[in-house]
Unconditional design. Structure first.
Length: 211
């Protein structure tokens, strides 16, 4: 599958899901704890990049409410429209993050919550390296993924067929560290999305700092 087709398929999935995605994952206490940790580390008015910003909740909403300058990037035009309406205090852009120019040291923090899973491993590695460079020295990055040793497998996610790629938890952590980030903590939890037929799924959350 080409890079462009991966982005198109991801956009189609999340265009279809819309607010159902927000409802399914809104109860994640670990996600909110990760955001609380980030807010505590940021100086007032920090610049934050939210990669795969979805509906804007809870990530952009939490950070904007804390007084930070948030830019959300999402490949789904439906998600960008929802986010702009729900979180007017943040800015959102419809784009493929791989095509967005990122200046070195431009951001105080970067959020990457579950937005890598429809990319190849090579694309995930390249993007995390770019995002690490986009952080200022000492800046923070929070990431979350579904850890699994799978590559380009078809799964059904909230009723949608998707092609998923991930890393085992240790390999994902190593990949992030190799990008130039210090992994300060790693936490794996089981979470059940609020959606018919959903079962427990592992979620890995990393809290990191640029070296």
């Amino acid at each position: 599958m080409t890079d462009a087709s991966q982005a198109q398929r991801a956009a189609a999935v999340f265009d279809e899901l819309g607010l159902a995605y927000e409802r399914a994952f809104s109860r994640s206490e670990t996600h909110r704890a990760s955001l609380a940790w980030l807010v505590e580390r940021l100086a007032p008015g920090s610049r934050v990049l939210d990669v795969g910003s979805g509906t804007g909740r809870p990530t952009a909403e939490t950070l904007a409410a804390a007084g930070h300058d948030v830019l959300g990037i999402d490949v789904s035009p439906v998600m960008v429209e929802l986010a702009a309406r729900q979180v007017p205090a943040a800015g959102f852009r419809h784009a493929d993050i791989h095509e967005v120019p990122l200046q070195d040291g431009a951001f105080d923090a970067v959020c990457v919550y579950f937005s890598l899973l429809q990319m190849s491993r090579a694309r995930q590695e390249t993007l995390v390296r770019r995002l690490a460079r986009a952080l200022r020295a000492g800046g923070s990055m929070v990431l979350a993924t579904v850890p699994a040793n799978v590559e380009d497998v078809e799964v059904v996610f909230m009723g949608q067929k998707v092609r998923a790629t991930s890393f085992a938890a240790e390999d994902f952590t190593d990949m992030v560290a190799a990008a130039g980030l210090t992994v300060l903590s790693a936490e794996t939890v089981l979470f059940t999305p609020d959606h018919p037929g959903a079962g427990d799924e592992p979620h890995l959350f990393l809290r990191c700092e640029r070296e």
